[in-house]
Design a binder for this molecule. Structure first.
Ligand code: SAM
Length: 281
């Protein structure tokens, strides 16, 4: 019998610890352990890795990650009501689960993790994009993580993998595709969660590339892309005027027609533009 079998079903855990879902914390729980194991498998070979999990809640995915062989899991949870439920899992998997009660936007989990590190989470919808952008934009590359396996609203997942010329293409796609390889690996209907959210969800797996696909300074690229997509309907020469008065020259140097809109410009084009603008901004 594995440890996972000795733990009570998640519905029982929720009843025992009175974990009624709170909307303000983005709580849509996964209670099917077959499904959480399937998500954990998408994270790759965990046996030699520490796994950072944000928002473990009652611990469905945490149990999946441990049962799939994670060397250690570090779980950061804001809701103090979940801590006793997570302590039961820690008891069932001695020395393999550490829980930090805190806000994932504020705690620094790195001091508790040993490389190689993977990140896996059914993220609270209200901080998911912010965390992803933070993980994608460190100054140094490669980052602390080898891979990110993250649940998002389907719409956000589609923005992460979007290609140029499509409506969903924007800052998130460019940041994700510049230094990582993102793929949608699972789609989940609202009914997979308790309570069900209004929209469908998807799991995105991102593998960190050893180096960026094209050279550019992260801060400059981030600024240029944010400005370009802030006014995505405008031609780039107008949308980026505030970034540089000589924007037409920089666009020319990057090989981008000044009348192009942000949506049409490839990752390679934006990186060339960031290189041209870097000494100036
Ligand atoms: N992983 C659990 C599952 O799959 O059933 C719960 C997922 S639920 C979508 C999101 C979880 O993130 C909740 O447990 C919530 O309390 C937690 N959470 C919300 N905001 C947080 C924050 N700022 N830092 C850490 N955890 C947070």
């Amino acid at each position: 019998m594995t440890a996972i079998d000795t733990l009570p079903p998640l519905r029982e855990v929720i009843a025992t610890h009175q974990l009624s879902a709170r909307k303000s914390l983005g709580q849509n729980f996964l209670l099917d352990l077959n499904l959480t194991a399937k998500i954990a498998r998408q994270a790759g070979d965990l046996s030699h890795c520490d796994v950072l999990e944000i928002g473990p809640g009652p611990g469905g995915l945490t149990r999946g990650l441990l049962a799939e062989g994670a060397r250690r899991v570090l779980a950061v949870e804001k809701d103090g009501r979940c801590i006793p439920a997570l302590a039961e899992i820690a008891d069932a998997y001695p020395n393999r689960l550490q829980v930090i009660e805190g806000d994932a936007l504020e705690v620094n989990p790195l001091e508790h993790l040993t490389p190689p590190i993977r990140v896996a989470a059914n993220l609270p919808y209200n901080i998911g994009t912010e965390l992803l952008v933070r993980w994608l934009t460190p100054k140094q590359w490669p980052p602390f993580w080898q891979s990110l396996t993250l649940m998002f609203q389907r719409e956000v997942a589609e923005r992460i993998v979007a290609l140029p010329g499509t409506k969903k293409y924007g800052r998130l796609a460019l940041l994700a595709q510049w230094r990582a390889e993102p793929n949608i690996v699972l789609s989940l209907p609202p009914g997979a969660f308790t309570p069900p959210p209004k929209v469908s969800s998807a799991v995105v797996h991102l593998t960190a590339l050893p180096e960026p696909r094209f050279p550019a300074d992260a801060g400059t690229l981030n600024k240029v892309v944010a400005a370009a997509f802030n006014q995505r309907r405008k031609m780039l020469r107008s949308a980026l005027k505030s970034v540089s008065p000589d924007i037409e020259d920089h666009l020319k140097e990057a090989g981008i027609p000044p009348t192009e809109r942000a949506e049409q410009v490839s990752l390679e084009g934006f990186c060339a533009l960031a290189r041209s603008l870097e000494p100036q901004i």
